[in-house]
Design a protein around this ligand. Structure first.
Ligand code: ADP
Length: 406
């Protein structure tokens, strides 16, 4: 047994950060030479004196490079290499054969059959041996890094797949709960209308017939009831409109957005006349939309633009559009009270209002309806505050030209 064998075959793991270089030679002096030459590489050198010991070491350990003497008693270098290669885990561990004499071509071929990466010859040229082993160690490290990268990539892919699945599940749940909400809103708004109508009519009847019997308080209370009933009526109507946006309407078709805007303005005629609002528009494109919904979209935005005006200011609303390749970006600008920065994230959420109800009546459903309409048309809606005050509501819609030929 060589004195150079310092590591028992079942060696402890190499110190952190270093890799094993396995030196296999039956001549202790050669093992010492390898160690001296390879020490500057800074890796862990494991010296063993036979093929059997080498195999034993490799049972539980990895090696970045194996330096293997060809001529050894019992089991020579080639046999050892063949047995190493038989283990799938070691099939790619680089083996450098050390040969005392220049091997014949036949021997060389045999060695390559056994998976030799390279040869070094005795007398050994230290620089050459060091250079060869260094390169192989470097390759080994790169391989380890690659395996680790692959593993983390696999892990990341797996995580991504899991979150995708979770997302799909959530989307499914959301769709189901949206449908339920829609159904609920539809039924509730429909069923509530009748009793509410009854309350309103009887209150009005009561007011007409018995008003002389009411004292001041009773008249005031009656006013509250009428006011509450009409607010509730509006809320129910809005909720009904909201629930209807999602249900299947006619398929989108070519719609002139200026005609849809004209319909909206006609519906708002008395509001426009009462406030003296100036509603102007630039040239608007033909889009691919549900005409009724586009009218409602303009109507909600323009009526908000008029409603949320500052006291004593004549509302000025300008509607325009920028044409892109396959979509148009519409803009509805006003000179109104604007929207506080901290409210903008909730602007399109149903029932969210950022004003006092007694100053600006409403239900907080209008913009949620706008969002549903735009999204039903695969568009996006957002608001940009204007420097001079006021708001610029923007939304996208597909251009009719985007549809090949209707
Ligand atoms: P509603 O008009 O019934 O209040 P909306 O959903 O249309 O409900 O609007 C939600 C809230 O967003 C409003 O209560 C208001 O605070 C704000 N808002 C909407 N449009 C404008 C606007 N053009 N200018 C200022 N504030 C607006």
């Amino acid at each position: 047994m060589s004195s150079a064998v310092r590591i028992p075959a079942s060696a402890e793991p190499s110190p952190t950060g270093t890799v094993n270089i396995l030196l296999v030679d039956d001549q202790p002096s050669r093992l010492t030479t390898y160690e001296t030459i390879l020490a500057p590489i800074g890796e862990r050198l494991v010296a063993v004196s036979s093929g059997r010991e080498a195999l034993q070491f490799l049972l539980h350990n990895e090696a970045a490079v194996i330096l293997l003497d060809v001529n050894m008693p019992e089991m020579d270098g080639f046999e050892t290499a063949a047995m190493i290669r038989d283990r799938p885990r070691l099939a790619h561990t680089p083996i450098v054969f050390v040969s005392a004499i220049n091997p014949s071509d036949m021997e060389r071929l045999r060695a390559y059959d056994f998976g030799a990466i390279d040869f070094v010859f005795v007398p050994i040229v230290p620089e050459i041996l060091r250079a060869k082993v260094s390169v192989l160690v470097k390759l080994h490290r790169q391989q380890i890094a690659l395996v680790e990268m692959n593993r983390s990539l696999e892990l990341a892919t797996e995580r991504l797949r899991c979150s995708e699945l979770a997302l799909q599940q959530k989307a499914g749940e959301l769709e189901r709960s949206n449908l339920e909400l829609e159904r609920f809103a539809h039924i509730a708004s429909h069923d509530l209308q009748e009793p509410l109508r009854m309350i309103s009519s009887y209150i009005q009847l009561l007011a007409r017939r018995y008003s002389d019997l009411f004292d001041e308080d009773a008249t005031e209370f009656m006013g509250f009831v009428v006011d509450g009933a009409s607010r509730m009526q509006r809320l129910i109507n809005d909720l009904f409109d909201y629930s209807r946006v999602g249900s299947l309407g006619p398929a989108p078709a070519r719609v002139s957005s200026s005609i849809a805007l004209a319909h909206a303005a006609a519906n708002l005629a008395s509001m426009i006349a009462d406030t003296g609002a100036l509603v102007t528009r630039e040239e608007l494109p033909v889009v691919l939309a549900d005409e009724g919904q586009l009218t409602q979209l303009f109507q909600n935005l323009v009526s908000n633009a008029i409603k949320f005006r500052a006291k004593g200011v004549v509302p000025r609303i300008r509607i325009s559009a920028t044409i892109g390749t396959d979509q148009a970006v519409f803009s509805v600008r006003d000179n109104g009270i604007g929207i506080p920065a901290d409210c903008r994230g909730r602007l399109f959420v149903i029932f969210q209002r950022f004003v006092r109800g007694d100053e600006y009546p409403g239900s907080g459903v209008g913009l949620a309806i706008c969002k549903r309409i735009v999204e039903r048309h695969d568009g996006r809606i957002w608001m940009e505050p204007l420097e001079e005050g006021g708001s610029d509501f923007r939304f996208t819609l597909p251009l009719a030209a985007a549809l090949k030929e209707l």
